[in-house]
Design a protein around this ligand. Structure first.
Ligand SMILES: *[C@@H]1O[C@H](CO)[C@@H](O)[C@H](O)[C@H]1NC(C)=O
Ligand SMILES: *[C@@H]1O[C@H](CO)[C@@H](O)[C@H](O)[C@H]1NC(C)=O
Ligand SMILES: *[C@@H]1O[C@H](CO)[C@@H](O)[C@H](O)[C@H]1NC(C)=O
Length: 402
């Protein structure tokens, strides 16, 4: 866990009004150190609470903040509509950090704080999963939310009551990549042979024009770095400054270079007042085989702590080991930057019970693609990601705008 991680100090305090907070801060000397940082975007590094470490506790009274009618769902993750069994059980688990309580997002208060501000997710479908949860939750505060798709966004929503935009820019490798068919001898292109050219130093078009527009950014990449997405016969070939890198790089070495160049691009191009997060890997939960080997995730409760290493520790060589492997590379690339790690991996590792599994909304989906033990049911685990992200955002904007 990096010391750069922000954590809220006594989050229940945040529930008080600004006035009483001000009074409280100015009268309790213990809090003075944090008042002095109120002009800066830096969040306190030491805190009694690490939101990323804790346990899932069953709370039968817990209810989701939205249902299957939310217009921002994606069909395959709309587990209520798809009649996934035990959805109320899945949503009865509450994440409880070790030394404090994680408050649930109050959409009205959050949107009030975010007035005239914009938030974006950039990355792969797991960030879209995150976005869908966020939009459905925020819609509670503004039912007039409208679909929004500009500046290269794949999808998003504009909340007119607050003048807030929250969007997702799809860029699965973050860098630009394109299919390049092999040229045959007579100069004709075509056929199925070729390569995927990746320009490690060129961000994908989808997010190249967003600097300055968003106040909060959440990056991720991860789920495309494997030979299922890019088979060996159609490999990723990495280019820099317009030329192929020689010797050719293995996939994960290419990822390392992309991480470094993306991180320095972000540091150079985005204003320092933009709050930047990098979400660590969302773990998959295939049991008994990988996705294309009848792997399954029909579990009725979260994993126990002692089971996690068995599922995810790279040394155990299980089918789900890549999350922790990729995290090591990401953590290395983020060292010394102002991009904060959103370490949602550990809390999500427990939740083998919370994927769409076989309830995908289409009869033939499982036959074709196997179970989905990678994305998350909504409502579900990403709602907890939203609680954490919103808490960290308010930690910054809540203080700077006071
Ligand atoms: C809405 O927010 C944008 C910043 O995202 C700002 O430039 C614009 O002036 C705001 N519009 C209104 C009507 O407040
Ligand atoms: C998956 O299950 C089907 C049906 O039970 C079976 O025909 C197939 O061989 C299995 N595939 C693998 C890779 O185990
Ligand atoms: C639903 O959860 C209950 C309680 O854990 C379990 O007994 C049941 O088998 C679950 N149903 C399915 C289809 O997983």
């Amino acid at each position: 866990m990096s010391p750069k991680l922000p954590s809220p100090l006594f989050p229940w305090l945040i529930l008080l009004t600004c006035a009483s907070l001000f009074f409280f801060y100015s009268s309790v000397s213990l809090f003075r150190p944090f008042l002095s940082t109120s002009r800066s975007i830096t969040v306190p590094t030491s805190s009694s609470c690490n939101l990323f470490k804790g346990n899932w506790v069953l709370d039968p009274n817990r209810k989701p903040l939205y249902d299957e009618t939310c217009p921002f769902h994606r069909n395959a993750w709309n587990c209520l509509r798809n009649k996934r069994v035990n959805m109320s059980l899945i949503n009865s688990w509450k994440w409880v950090p070790e030394s404090c309580d994680l408050p649930r997002i109050d959409p009205f208060r959050f949107m009030g704080m975010m007035r005239n501000k914009n938030i974006a997710f950039v990355g792969d479908s797991l960030n879209e999963n995150f976005l869908a949860s966020f939009l459905c939750i925020l819609r509670n505060a503004d039912e007039g939310a409208k679909k929004w798709k500009r500046k290269g966004a794949w999808r998003g929503a504009y909340f007119p009551k607050y003048n807030v935009t929250v969007a997702y820019h799809r860029a699965v490798l973050l860098s630009k990549y394109q299919w390049q068919p092999k040229q045959s001898e007579n100069g004709h292109q075509g056929g199925s042979e070729g390569i995927y050219r990746v320009d490690v130093d060129v961000p994908a078009d989808d997010w190249v024009n967003i600097a300055g527009f968003y106040d909060v950014l959440v990056f991720n990449t991860g789920h495309w770095w494997n030979h299922d997405k890019f088979p060996k016969q159609k490999p990723l070939v990495f280019y820099r400054a317009g030329r192929p890198i020689v010797p050719q790089l293995e996939m994960l070495d290419g990822l390392k270079i992309i991480l470094d160049s993306t991180v320095s691009y972000i540091q150079n191009k985005f204003p320092s007042k933009t709050l930047k997060f990098w979400r660590l890997q969302s773990p998959r939960h295939f049991y008994g085989g990988d996705w294309n080997q009848n792997g399954s995730c029909l579990l009725n409760k979260p994993l126990e702590k002692h089971e996690l290493d068995l599922w995810f520790e790279p040394r155990n060589n299980g089918v789900n080991k890549e999350a922790r492997q990729l995290n090591l590379l990401i953590e290395e690339a983020l060292q010394g930057t102002d991009i904060q790690m959103l370490d949602l991996t550990h809390l999500s590792e427990f939740r083998a019970d919370a994927h769409p599994a076989i309830w995908l909304g289409r009869q033939d989906a499982v036959t074709i693609w196997g179970q989905d033990c990678m994305h998350w049911c909504l409502p579900g685990v990403p709602d907890t990601w939203v609680d954490i992200l919103s808490e960290l955002i308010l930690n910054t904007f809540g203080r700077t705008t006071r």
